[in-house]
Design a protein. Structure first.
Length: 417
């Protein structure tokens, strides 16, 4: 059936590419096209078969940069299991003999990378694709639950966000474990991350088509500092704000979803309670302090995911909104001159991307294998308490609330395969 006969059906595309940057960029580009749906993307051909059986793509875009023989063996297996899937191979350098071998193995179209993205998009839109939906294919609900699980949400919260019952979520998760051939939640998230099945988290920045969208500030913390410093600055620049309470997470989520522009959480001299739930909001955080900020507090704030630090005694309130706007656009802003000198620009930039120790990486890989704390301790030859303490540091570094969310965050940052 030609795609012109399916005007309302987007083409389902799977991507296989060893180069992470190229793979992520291509997936983002195709996702922005209304006529394509990226059902998953994998690093190598080993995972390609499982991805195709789970997601039933119309097209596989296979990037072959170096290892043509491995790609051909995967192609032959793909052709036997998914004969209706079209295969488009992008390549850097192939001699005529290799091109013939690729075509004999089941490649439908060869595209040299030198022809660029427009050539690939043209070929994808002109192809003919059969429609087939196997019983074990992941549903849209499956994917949403995987993404929310990877974000660290518990079953009850997932049910609330999706408007379904808790029982529906639990049943769906059990079916997911069976489809992915895993035994638990962390292992499911790890497998889904490897197959590119989970939606990428939105970036905390203003959308390109809304450069003038109004920022909404959610305020938490010391009311006196807000009243004397933060609120007058927001009122002067006509920036809407809401005094937020950490005890009401559902209202915070609703404001974030409904506001058309960027949303920023401003913590003014926060107490420990003010930090509750901040790691799961998915919005930029700015810290405003009335007292000088030293090096230790600066590093602790960066570890907690703060993207902007302001010392009220050094930055006039007339300049506060300008600083907050930059933070809301996704920039790292440290408006604390003394602390900046103590931390150093290079160290501040490194803290914008988490750095993991070898031990933390080992524990993350164990989480991805579905191991419990006790199993991880036994495999690594360390105490269970050491595993628990290391996990706690991991959660802070990655802005995660549980093991599954930690693995998903680390994979998104490219810190783990």
């Amino acid at each position: 059936m030609h795609p012109s006969a399916l005007p309302h059906r987007a083409l389902r595309i799977a991507i296989s590419c060893e180069r992470r940057l190229f793979r992520d960029a291509l997936a983002d580009c195709l996702t922005k096209c209304s006529d394509f749906i990226v059902v998953g993307h994998v690093a190598g051909t080993d995972d390609l078969l499982e991805l195709c059986e789970l997601s039933c793509p119309d097209v596989v875009v296979l990037d072959i940069s170096r290892r043509l023989p491995d790609g051909l063996s995967a192609l032959r297996a793909l052709r036997s299991r998914c004969p209706q899937t079209t295969v488009v191979m992008a390549y850097d350098h192939l001699v005529p003999k290799e091109m013939k071998a690729a075509l004999r193995s089941g490649v439908d179209t060869l595209v040299p990378c030198s022809h660029g993205l427009d050539a690939l998009l043209t070929i994808l839109r002109r192809g003919e694709y059969a429609v087939s939906v196997p019983d074990n294919q992941l549903t849209e609900l499956d994917r949403e639950i995987l993404t929310l699980t990877g974000a660290g949400h518990p079953v009850g919260r997932i049910a609330e966000l999706l408007g379904v019952s808790v029982g529906t979520v639990e049943n769906c998760k059990r079916r997911l474990y069976h489809k992915l051939d895993v035994s638990g939640q962390s292992q499911a998230v790890a497998r889904a991350a490897a197959l590119g099945l989970m939606a990428r988290p939105p970036r905390p920045a203003i959308a390109a088509d809304q450069p003038d969208a109004m920022m909404l500030a959610l305020l938490r913390g010391d009311y006196e500092l807000m009243q004397e410093y933060v609120i007058p600055a927001l009122l002067a620049d006509r920036v809407p704000f809401v005094i937020d309470k950490p005890q009401q997470p559902s209202e915070v989520d609703l404001r974030i979803r409904l506001h058309p522009g960027p949303v920023l959480l401003v913590l003014a001299d926060p107490t420990p309670q003010c930090w509750l739930g901040t790691e799961g909001l998915g919005i930029p955080i700015a810290l405003v302090r009335s007292a000088p900020v030293d090096r230790i507090e600066m590093l602790d704030a960066l570890d907690r995911g703060v993207a902007g630090v302001v010392a009220a005694d050094q930055i006039p309130h007339e300049q506060l909104v300008s600083v907050l706007t930059q933070v809301a656009r996704g920039h790292l802003v440290l408006a604390v001159p003394e602390a900046l000198a103590a931390v150093g620009a290079s160290e501040a930039l490194r803290h914008n991307l988490p750095e993991l120790t070898a031990r933390e990486t080992d524990i993350l890989r164990s989480i991805g294998c579905g191991h419990t704390v006790r199993q991880t301790a036994r495999i690594l030859g360390i105490a269970e308490k050491t595993v628990e303490n290391t996990q706690a540091r991991l959660f802070r570094k990655l802005g995660a609330r549980n093991r599954a969310a930690a693995f998903a965050s680390a994979h998104a940052f490219g810190l783990i395969d």
